[in-house]
Design a protein around this ligand. Sequence first.
Ligand code: PLP
Length: 443
Amino acid sequence: MNLSDKYLFYQTRKQLPVIKKAEGIHMWDHSGKEYIDGCSGAVISNIGYGNKRIAQRIAQQAQETFFAYRIHFENQPAMDLARKLVSLSASHLKKIFYVSGGSEAVESAMKLCLQYYHTKGQGTKYLFVSRKPSYHGCTLGALGITSYSPLEIPFKAAVKANLKIPAPFCYRCAYGMAYPACGLRCAHALEEAILDNGAENIAAFVAEPVGGASTGATVPPEEYFSVIQSICRRYDIMLILDEVMTGFGRTGKLFAYEHWNVRADIVALSKGMASGYYPLGAIMTSDEIVDVILDGGGFAHGHTYAGNPMACAVGEEVLDIILESDLVSNAAVIGDYLKQGLEILQNSHPIIGDVRGLGLLLAIELVKDRQAKTPFASDVSANFMLADAAFNHGLIIYPRKPINGLKGDHLLVAPPLITTEPEADTILERLDTSLTIVEKTLM
Ligand code: PLP
């Protein structure tokens, strides 16, 4: 077998092992080495690997059709999945628009919002407010609301400048304040941005309910979203929630907005929706928004693969598995267990400055000095050192830099929602070993 990758390129020149098989939360490469996927790939594999029901559903759907173009035919899996999503989501979210991934979902949410205001004769509302740091995708539109410097710098000239307010990142508060004495200044910053730029120029505020890769599982203070929501209403600004990472049970609720009863105008979904078995994403929105667009001539947007019957059949099966196996509750229970385990590791590893997250979207942040929260120099790449040590010891975790992608070191610990207590223990053991190795070098 030829395992050469000389014709492929992704982000770096790093040589990677070739995957042979994956089952549950475990993966094996061609040499036979076993790994636990402690970050569900890119926080996508909510139901874990190798689920036979998905293979059967794909085989069954393949007998009927792989494809039918959405402007020629409806298809049963697309309609069935949409009906299930509507029945499981907030009562005002009644319409589904399919895409094939997270960036496409975010782009579609932005374009739906812009076209809505344009159709209503409010075409000056074209600016988005989002947060710093944040990650909403790599296409040019989604990048325009992302704040993570290394991903933005090469494309600055081509990306529309939107408005950014500080993320609710209490461990590294942009104002140097502490909750609750801060009075939620980061939420009120939305109103300042609106007043400075004029509500008539602003279309929407976009946020991840729980911070994802860019901040490392930052959970907002309890009242954050009620402040945000009332500001959005006061100034006729849409609230778009990017649940690409948090949706489908990841945080211990089917959708993370349920934690705070947030009423979003548009919700972007992907990742856990098909759990890596097929490219799939969607936006959910209200009848009111869709009626304005359709009465105005139709949504001027759509991708060729949207509503693909195969992808939707997989999405429907994944959703059934999540519900039937109660993976949402498991994410809450095992998430608490794993978080407690990470806090215990923090007691014996001074390199861990912070443990945070909700459900099975967890993270640890590494620091040189815990008291002062001093990050390691960025060229040390403490996060990649730990990710590499863990990989060598059979644990995959997801490294990023929380200070807008430039500094600091955090790692997402977000295994599939099927993880059991003994498996969480193994994750913690492998992490413990890896932390000891990195601390020997760095501390
Ligand atoms: N939004 C969030 C919150 C994400 O975490 C991601 C990916 O990590 C995206 C959007 C983009 O999704 P995709 O990589 O599928 O385009």
